[in-house]
Design a protein around this ligand. Structure first.
Ligand SMILES: NC(=O)c1ccc[n+]([C@@H]2O[C@H](COP(=O)([O-])OP(=O)(O)OC[C@H]3O[C@@H](n4cnc5c(N)ncnc54)[C@H](O)[C@@H]3O)[C@@H](O)[C@H]2O)c1
Length: 251
């Protein structure tokens, strides 16, 4: 087991990629705080992990709320004795559409979750990681940060912020022994997919699939395996990297 003795928080892990990440980190020995605003999904994932013999606690917290995020980090430290790994996975998007049709409310929401959420989790988690002598932060960005395409302009911009933040945090936190990396997944079959495709039809899926050299969409397991590597000591000298998990789409 590659994460024995570690404690991890995975935001937005009641569904999709986050659920896969929480399962994988727990399988590798980490005690996991499953976080989400979706209580049904969060409780389900935490129960699945404990039923499989792992350690997990669900904490309902909105990453846009500083007090709630601070409470979640306190809970991790109180329950499991520290915090070693933070996966900033919670994210939302506007529906695929021309940039001039995105409303100010939609923009405020995606900035609040996708960007300001990292402000709150960083403020709460970094002091706890410093107390423990270091840690690993993994941000889930997107191929849209690197190779943006029309229709998701403002979502892509939030993910561009995440990759720049990843590199900036990596240099700022290196002296603390905190490594900061990102994963850039290509479109995956999660509840967010319909938002990205505009309409989730077999034709739209097939058209997208053909843009991926390895010929398929990503899975929660693909993303989770990259997160596991970046969280583990196998990546001890890796920081500031934004790793595409995209079947070659960004080439
Ligand atoms: N699915 C894709 O095609 C794709 C591609 C690239 C990147 N991503 C990114 O991967 C991450 C996970 O997305 P997913 O596809 O698994 O979607 P998803 O909708 O299945 O999961 C996102 C989870 O985040 C939770 N969440 C939303 N707002 C929250 C908040 N304020 N506080 C706490 N939790 C919150 C949701 O309830 C949901 O359970 C996101 O950051 C997304 O932008 C997804």
């Amino acid at each position: 087991m590659r994460l024995e003795g570690k404690t991890a928080i995975v935001t937005g892990s009641g569904s999709g990629f986050g659920a896969g990440i929480a399962h994988t980190l727990a399988r590798e020995g980490a005690a996991v705080i499953v976080n989400d605003v979706n209580e049904v999904g969060g409780n389900r994932v935490a129960a699945e992990i404990t039923n499989a013999g792992g350690r997990a606690v669900f904490v309902a917290a909105d990453v846009t709320n500083a007090d709630a995020v601070r409470g979640m980090v306190d809970r991790a430290v109180e329950t499991f004795g520290g915090l070693d790994i933070l996966v900033n996975n919670a994210g939302v998007s506007h529906k695929r559409k021309p940039m001039l049709d995105v409303t100010e409310d939609e923009l405020d929401r995606i900035l609040a979750v996708n960007v300001k959420g990292l402000f709150h989790t960083g403020n709460a988690a970094i002091p706890a990681m410093r107390n423990g002598g270091g840690g690993a932060i993994i941000n889930i960005a997107s191929t849209g940060a690197v190779r943006p395409r029309p229709g998701l302009t403002w979502y892509n911009a939030t993910k561009g912020a995440v990759t720049t933040l990843t590199k900036s945090m990596a240099v700022e936190l290196a002296d603390d022994g905190i490594r900061v990396n990102a994963v850039n997944p290509v479109a995956g079959d999660t509840p967010l997919l319909a938002t990205f495709l505009g309409e989730d039809t077999p034709e739209n899926r097939e058209a997208f699939r053909q843009t991926v050299p390895l010929g398929r969409l990503s899975t929660p397991e693909d993303v989770a395996n990259a997160v596991l590597f970046l969280a583990s000591d196998d990546a001890a000298l890796i920081t500031g990297v934004c790793l595409e998990v995209d079947g070659g789409r960004c080439i």
